[in-house]
Design a protein around this ligand. Structure first.
Ligand code: FCB
Length: 464
């Protein structure tokens, strides 16, 4: 038997987001997800949109009690731009939203849960997308800064951990390359513009936060995975280098090292997809220092050198590699056969340690998707039996523990997610929560994994 003990003060908790949990009650404006679902419900699993979801707007007190019950000491959610802001052009807040978020944050603090608040989790206000093209537009960058300042002004005295963006590359991929987020465009040049503008919006929020001299920290959450090759050949390694540059370093380097990789600029020039930028924007990116990094990890990326000719008539990163399925891999039968590779957590930690100044970071999302069928019915003790999840989380946490022993500067783990929540086009297809959400009754039903987690969170160690 081995006991794995984590550093003192380690954060144990869960992550979620506003739009995936709150529901639309009393919301000032729709986001792109609200209107997209209204116009094209058929794109969403079982046609379920974000209108009702976990009803956190009404049930947050009950939910904070459930957090406490399973030993969580911290929780990440996001403030919805489309809920908080009444007037996007001035950044004026909607009083009801201020009341709601303050009450929610206060409830967490009163129960010993440290709130970590994110500003953007894929949820562009619909009007800003329709009127300006969302982050295609330089004007919307300014509006984001106003929103950020409003959030800092109202909640900055209580919230000490801020996050600008969750997985900023995902809306670029989904909305501008691969058609799984609105506006469903396929345009490599626009994708790069949106990516660049998002970086500037992030930088402006970080600079605004420091400018307001609030007594807390600000960071960003990135989804990172090493690119593993098929066979380690030179050609495969080159493919992995490109995948790493385009998917990881593209955001990591500007946001953590405050540099823009020259090799990335060369690819943009070669493909004639250089974004519009000003030197002032570059200066902002170079001076916006984050205090910490959050990392989301679910599945590894595997690549090989391109074999087939690239036939798309617009740029995507796959111009430089092909995705590869490892025939020897372990796969999660409950999540579209996604590969399971716990050692990737160690590799991510090493990369941050060796190449990113060992910046302090936390595992901001990690989770195991199951569906209702694989989790099975409620057991005699009133719990769901999801031991598959516990086995896999244990393996991943052992890898993180190994990395910390080897010097990784990691300060916490947040599992995705707290209560099963609505997840974009997949809606409620995949379940990740410590608690099951019964869609009929809205009841929260504990899963057995939450008892394992409680023991870990309260003792700061586990034994296997
Ligand atoms: C992540 C997202 C999160 C959730 C999980 C399953 O990529 O950040 O909102 O949907 O995947």
């Amino acid at each position: 038997m081995t006991t794995y003990t984590f550093p003192e003060g380690f954060l144990w908790g869960a992550a979620a987001s506003g739009i995936q949990t709150e529901g639309t009650t009393n919301k000032a404006h729709p986001s792109i997800w609200d209107t997209w679902h209204e116009n094209n419900p058929e794109r969403f699993f079982k046609e379920i949109g974000p209108a009702k979801v976990s009803q956190t707007y009404e049930r947050f007190q009950e939910d904070v009690a459930l957090m406490k019950k399973i030993g969580m000491n911290s929780f990440r959610t996001s403030i919805q731009w489309s809920r908080l802001i009444k007037d996007f052009e001035t950044g004026e807040a909607c009083p009801d939203a201020v009341t709601f978020y303050l009450a929610y944050i206060d409830e967490m603090i009163a129960n010993g849960i440290t709130p970590m608040i994110n500003l953007y989790h894929f949820d562009m206000p619909a009007e800003l997308q329709d009127q300006y093209g969302g982050f295609e537009s330089k004007h919307v960058i300014k509006l984001f800064e106003k929103f950020a300042r409003t959030a800092f002004k109202h909640f900055g005295h209580k919230v000490k951990h801020w996050i600008t963006f969750n997985e900023p590359i995902v809306p670029v991929e989904g909305g501008y390359l691969y058609d799984f987020h609105y506006p469903c465009k396929k345009d490599g040049k626009l994708a790069v513009q949106v990516a660049f503008n998002t970086m500037v919006a992030h930088a402006k929020a970080v600079l605004a936060y420091h400018d307001m001299k609030l007594d807390g920290e600000i960071g960003v959450v990135l989804n990172l995975t090493p690119s593993y090759t098929r066979n380690g050949s030179d050609a495969d390694q080159e493919a992995a280098w490109y995948a790493d540059l385009l998917f990881n370093r593209s955001f990591l380097d500007p946001m953590v090292k405050n540099t823009i990789p020259e090799e990335l600029c060369q690819i943009l020039r070669d493909n004639d997809i250089m974004p519009a930028f000003s030197t002032a924007e570059i200066d902002e990116i170079k001076s916006a220092e984050v205090d910490f990094l959050g990392v989301n990890y679910y599945v590894p990326r595997r690549v090989k050198a391109r074999e087939a000719e690239y036939t798309l008539d617009y740029f995507t990163p796959e111009k430089y590699f092909e995705n590869y399925i490892n025939p020897q891999g372990r796969f999660n039968p409950f999540r579209d056969n996604n590969e399971i590779l716990p050692t990737a957590v160690y590799d991510i930690a090493k990369n941050i340690q060796d190449n990113y100044g060992n910046i302090k970071w936390y595992l901001a999302e990690i989770g195991i998707a199951m569906d209702l069928e694989s989790e099975g019915p409620v057991q005699h003790d009133g719990m769901i039996d999801d031991s598959f999840r516990t086995e896999l989380m244990t393996e991943h946490f052992i890898q993180l523990h190994r990395a910390i022993e080897d010097g990784a500067n990691c300060f916490g783990i947040h599992q995705w997610t707290f209560i099963d929540n609505w997840s974009w086009l997949n809606s409620f297809k995949r379940r990740y929560g410590f608690y099951r959400l019964d869609l009929e009754t809205g009841n929260r039903i504990p899963k057995r994994h939450s008892t394992w987690f409680k023991e870990l969170a309260t003792t700061n160690q586990f034994t296997v």
